[in-house]
Ligand binder design. Structure first.
Ligand code: DNO
Length: 388
């Protein structure tokens, strides 16, 4: 696989020179300064490409070319937004940047309740606490009917363990973690400058009233069918990121969560340019998924790999595991042998050795990711030497 790294552009505290030193070959990035829904011009794409190449690297993957909410829920301006998306794709294609990661998650991209969960060795990890998430949904967001979306054990844990330790500060932290800090830097809907993120979030949820999983699926297929001619013309591979976590949340449908979902969107638009980002971490955050079996099944339609993995607890909480987890070793083996050149990046590695003082984006530490890339690189080298 090609060793890539998600770099957030010239404002990223991690520089391209640093990345060259640690064996990164390709860059995964986006034009983060262009608002969602606006065209990525040839000029802006050219500038980014030249900057990356001037450091001896290549622009391997766009993550993400964001799909506007209105395309997802089928709003009145969706045709116009799809046309703009097609122009951006064509401009990327002309520049030879042809692997495009996107997601089709309504309103909220990835979700975690804790960005700094302490490990016994002094490092810390991302963590998803199901009962804290229920508290956010029921008591902070106050979503009508939210309670019926949680099992009784989670509700009991929420009442007995979470509610007693919630004060205004703890509630703010939860809001920050779930809808602010994890969203802005991935061009999500809420940014650090929003004065009332919860209110804004409620109005975004309202846009999806009446949109169930089937309607969302139909909108995804509509979008994919509309862009496929451009993808064929320029050799562009679209690769949708699985939903993280892989299950419906906050009353919103999620449609890239499991084997049946993946099969459904691939079959709905059966074109090799319609593919998957195999994020082993997102898929493994659902106890229903056998991530190794999924890698085996979908390697042929995978255009981009996210190497990380989660452990799900019996209560539904999940936490990122080590990049040396045996399941991840198998996933790496599958892609390294079947799709040797496919771009791969690590993420969601621990905060360690001063990472937490650096103010890096959540999940995107430097030391933690460098160690993880070293681990995955070591697995790849071992697999290659065994094959000789
Ligand atoms: C989080 C990421 C996601 C992902 C986007 C792709 O760390 O995995 O933000 O990049 O959903 O569109």
């Amino acid at each position: 696989m090609e060793k890539t790294w998600r770099w957030f552009g010239p404002n990223d505290k991690i520089t391209l020179d640093m990345l060259r030193q640690i064996g990164v070959e390709g860059i995964v990035t986006a034009l983060h300064h262009i608002p969602n829904g606006e065209i990525w011009s040839e000029e802006e794409i050219g500038k980014m490409k030249a900057l990356i190449e001037s450091h001896g690297l290549r622009w391997s993957v766009v993550e993400s070319l964001p799909v506007s909410e209105s395309i997802k829920y089928g709003g009145p301006d969706r045709e116009e937004l799809i046309e703009k998306y097609k122009v951006s794709l064509a401009n990327l294609g002309k520049a030879g940047v042809t692997t495009i990661c996107y997601n089709f998650m309504p309103v909220l991209d990835w979700a975690r309740t804790d960005l700094d969960y302490p490990n016994p060795d002094g490092t810390s990890n991302l963590y998803f606490n199901r009962a804290e998430f229920a508290y956010f949904d029921i008591h902070i967001l106050k979503r009508p009917g939210a309670e019926s979306d949680y099992d009784s054990a989670t509700l009991r844990r929420m009442r007995e363990e979470i509610a007693p330790r919630m004060d205004a500060d703890a509630e703010n932290r939860l809001v920050e973690n779930i809808i602010v800090k994890t969203q802005g830097f991935v061009n999500g809907n809420i940014s650090e400058n929003d004065l009332n993120p919860v209110e804004k979030f409620r109005s975004l949820l309202d846009l999806y009233k009446g949109i169930d999983a089937d309607a969302l699926r139909a909108n995804m297929a509509y979008f994919l069918r509309a862009i496929m001619p451009v993808c064929r013309e320029y050799g562009i591979n679209m690769c949708v990121h699985p939903d993280d976590p892989p299950m419906p949340i906050l009353g919103l449908p999620r449609i890239v969560t499991c084997d049946a979902d993946i099969e459904a969107f691939l079959n709905a638009v059966p074109d090799p340019h319609n593919g998957l980002t195999f994020c082993a971490g997102s898929l493994s955050a659902g106890a229903h998924n056998d991530v190794v079996a999924l890698a085996r099944k979908y390697a042929g339609r995978t255009h981009f790999v996210h190497a990380r993995i989660c452990n799900v607890m019996p209560n539904g909480d999940f936490k990122e595991s080590t990049h040396l987890d045996p399941r991840l070793i198998e996933v790496v083996r599958i892609f390294e042998t079947q799709r040797p050149g496919v771009p791969m990046r690590v993420d969601h590695a621990p905060l360690m050795l001063g990472d937490s003082e650096m103010g890096y984006n959540a999940g995107y530490s430097f030391h933690g990711r460098m160690l993880a890339l070293g681990m995955v690189g070591g697995i790849m080298a071992t697999i290659n030497s065994e094959q000789k």
